[in-house]
Design a protein around this ligand. Structure first.
Ligand code: SF4
Length: 252
């Protein structure tokens, strides 16, 4: 397992241990106030907590199993997704506590997500796939409104939108440009893709992956040679690789 993936999974596991530790402390405090608190309620709470912790642990184990086997385990997908969503904020806090750079954690999270999505071996039709681009990829001096319709791009070659239009046309996949989460959600709702290839920075990509729930999203990080959010760039070959993963039965 690559270091990138290990970091995020490790943080998930440590987060779970911290939650268990806090719950144990709570239990200890409550147990010593037995006269005030009904024992039946306490025991019921302990059972509920034990089940929750077991499910969260199973979710982390599911991620490890799927990465080790390089294959998705459909019966574990729901619990894995749920555990991931529940422990994600905690993993970020734990990483902050240990002084780990947030971008590094988000990159690790995206890497784990991409691996799990790739292992699903989706074998989709190209018409079911949507490539979602951030507006900042467009040359800032371009006057054409590509967020309304990407076909407004005249393919002048001053930014990667031109290459990406060609890629989308060659594979016959949908291509949309969004200025943020709201427009991205609108494109997804209107087009009903079965999977998305999203390009963005670490923060927006991880938020988008969390936001889309069960919809498979392969994340491709953009490059920011001019700083964040202006005239950004992306490796078109990486997007094509993501496309081939979603189209192929072999997955990764
Ligand atoms: S490639 Fe398209 S979007 Fe980019 S600057 Fe040229 S016309 Fe504008």
């Amino acid at each position: 397992m690559q270091v990138k993936k290990r970091l995020y999974i490790g943080l998930l596991a440590v987060s779970l241990l911290i939650v268990i530790g806090l719950a144990a402390l709570l239990w200890y405090l409550f147990a010593n106030r037995a006269l005030l608190i009904n024992q039946v309620v306490l025991i019921s709470l302990a059972y509920v907590a034990a089940v929750l912790f077991a499910l969260l642990g199973l979710g982390i184990l599911g991620i490890v199993i799927m990465i080790k086997r390089s294959k998705s385990v459909p019966s574990l997908e729901a619990v894995t997704l749920w555990a991931n969503e529940m422990l994600f904020p905690m993993a970020l806090l734990t990483g902050k506590f240990f002084g780990i750079d947030k971008e590094k954690i988000l990159k690790s999270y995206i890497s784990v997500n991409n691996y799990l999505v790739g292992n699903k071996k989706l074998a989709l039709k190209s018409s079911d796939i949507m490539i979602l681009l951030p507006h900042c990829l467009q040359n800032s001096e371009c006057k054409f409104k590509i967020t309304i319709d990407v076909e407004n791009c005249k393919k002048c070659g001053k930014c990667k939108i031109s290459d990406l239009r060609e890629l989308a046309e060659r594979y016959r996949v949908k291509l949309r440009v969004a200025t943020g989460g709201t427009l991205a959600r609108k494109w997804i709702q209107e087009n009903h893709p079965k999977a998305v290839i999203a390009v963005a920075c670490e923060r927006d990509l991880s938020a988008g992956i969390q936001d889309t729930g069960e919809l498979p999203v392969l994340g491709v990080l953009n490059c920011r040679p001019n700083g964040p959010c202006i005239n950004t760039d992306v490796d078109v070959a990486e997007i094509e690789r993501a496309l081939l993963i979603m189209l192929s039965k072999g997955g990764l």
